[in-house]
Design a protein around this ligand. Structure first.
Ligand code: SF4
Length: 261
């Protein structure tokens, strides 16, 4: 490749990362695994790698103010298990017709961290888990990168049944399903919520701004800090965005540290 063209591409990429708020990338073995082999292969063609090599372990986000954890929302007497039992045969909207399972969630409800994805994939539906398929594997890797196992979170979805052909859920289906999520949040009383995907983020925050703009900052749901980030399925198709998601995960990791003190 001609050197001028290469330099132009590098400059464009760096400007893109700057616009997203990325300036450094810490590198640990877990992070390298999460970011994928491309981070380790071509040392000269990846400007992000160059930055990482010169500033290994540096984290610009350490100066980003983290708002204090809000007092936990009053926990309802209803438990996640009560909701699972009641809603596992839900037929409140048309999505019940083709689904195999109502994918209500997995993990530890009282862990303090709730992850909310968009809606179940076919694999999620068949396996009755929000961690099905390749996207589920990636989510597990993402959690591992911030030292969390599957038992350290409760993972659920904004819409609990898969859609025909994996189409976007219709607004009336989202609204019909939403009370289940609200009840789950009240029952689990998380201290931090991470929404993964546009639908989960827009639905919970009642804010239809672009996910690109909403991510990277804590928002609030009923006093609970909410960090929006990209869905694992999106990251599988756009692996270059893993670095941006990683910054969001770091914010969550720091937030968790404040309530574990
Ligand atoms: S998507 Fe939600 S409201 Fe619709 S049938 Fe499934 S659980 Fe019930």
């Amino acid at each position: 490749m001609h050197i001028t063209k290469f330099l132009k591409q590098v400059r464009n990429l760096l400007e893109f990362h700057k616009a997203l708020g990325i300036s450094t990338y810490p590198l640990t073995p877990e992070i390298k695994q999460f970011l994928g082999p491309s981070m380790q292969k071509n040392k000269t063609s990846d400007p992000a790698q160059s930055i990482a090599q010169t500033k290994e372990s540096a984290v610009d986000y350490e100066h980003t103010p983290i708002p204090p954890v809000a007092p936990p929302a009053a926990s309802s007497k209803e438990t996640i298990a009560d909701i699972q039992q009641e809603m596992q045969g839900c037929t409140n909207c048309r999505l019940h017709e083709e689904r195999n399972h109502v994918v209500l969630g997995e993990g530890t409800p009282k862990s303090g961290l709730m992850i909310i994805g968009d809606w179940p994939s076919l694999e999620d539906d068949l396996q009755n888990t929000p961690l099905g398929g390749e996207a589920g594997d990636l989510l597990i890797k993402m959690l591992k990168a911030i030292n969390l196992g599957q038992d350290d979170v409760f993972i659920t979805l904004a819409v609990k049944c898969r859609t025909p052909g994996n189409r976007d859920p219709d607004p009336d289906e989202v609204q019909t399903c939403l009370p289940i999520l609200h009840r789950q949040i009240k029952a689990a009383a998380p201290k931090v919520i991470c929404t993964m995907g546009s639908l989960a983020t827009h639905t919970l925050l009642k804010n239809n701004d672009l996910l690109f703009r909403l991510r990277g900052h804590f928002h609030s749901y009923d006093g609970i800090p909410v960090m929006p980030t990209f869905a694992p399925a999106f990251l599988l198709k756009n692996p270059e965005m893993k670095k941006t998601a990683w910054l969001d995960l770091q914010m969550i990791q720091r937030k968790i540290a404040t309530f574990k003190k």
